[in-house]
Write a protein that binds this ligand. Structure first.
Ligand code: FMN
Length: 140
């Protein structure tokens, strides 16, 4: 098993509908390949973790890489893992100022769930840093 963690910039600021479109195709493909992970979006920047069997993660990532909705993709982590950090999520996600997306399954109203996760894997620590620097904390 492996995981990939990357950052990228949306070519333009995305609204909720466009985010939902990305999530829908992500979840369909990821479920098919048993790939799990999380996607965070804040002010035009995405960070995503994808994890699963090597061939599945690589196949999903090559789809993502060629997507023209983002640019400046930087891979932070691409390596083996012992176990998944997000086994329950075909693609958990969160964004600041959510409106239409907040009812979707897998939406993290409070990123506390990630911030406080007792998991010192590189992927989690990277996400926690992103959350902290982007103050991606939504409270209703
Ligand atoms: C930031 C971002 C994250 C994405 N994450 C995924 C993902 O986890 N899985 C996936 O299949 N597609 C993801 N996509 C969409 C892919 O880039 C691509 O549009 C999609 O896989 C094409 O699906 P299709 O071949 O079934 O049409 C993402 C797109 C963006 C912009």
């Amino acid at each position: 098993m492996k995981n990939i963690v990357y950052l990228c910039t949306a070519v333009k600021l995305l609204d909720d509908e466009q985010l939902i479109e990305i999530l829908n195709s992500a979840r369909e493909n990821n479920t098919e390949r048993n790939v799990t992970g999380v996607l965070l979006y804040s002010e035009g920047t995405f960070i995503q973790v994808v994890e699963g069997d090597d061939a599945d993660v690589d196949a999903i990532f090559s789809k993502i890489e060629t997507d023209t909705r983002h640019k400046n993709l930087i891979t932070l982590i691409n390596g083996p893992i012992q176990e998944r950090s997000f086994s329950d999520w075909s693609m958990g996600f969160s964004t600041a100022k959510a409106d239409k997306v907040d009812h979707l399954i897998g939406y993290l109203k409070h990123t506390d769930e990630l911030s406080q996760k007792q998991d010192s894997s590189a992927a989690i620590v990277t996400l926690q840093t992103f959350i902290e620097t982007n103050k991606l904390l939504i409270s209703f």
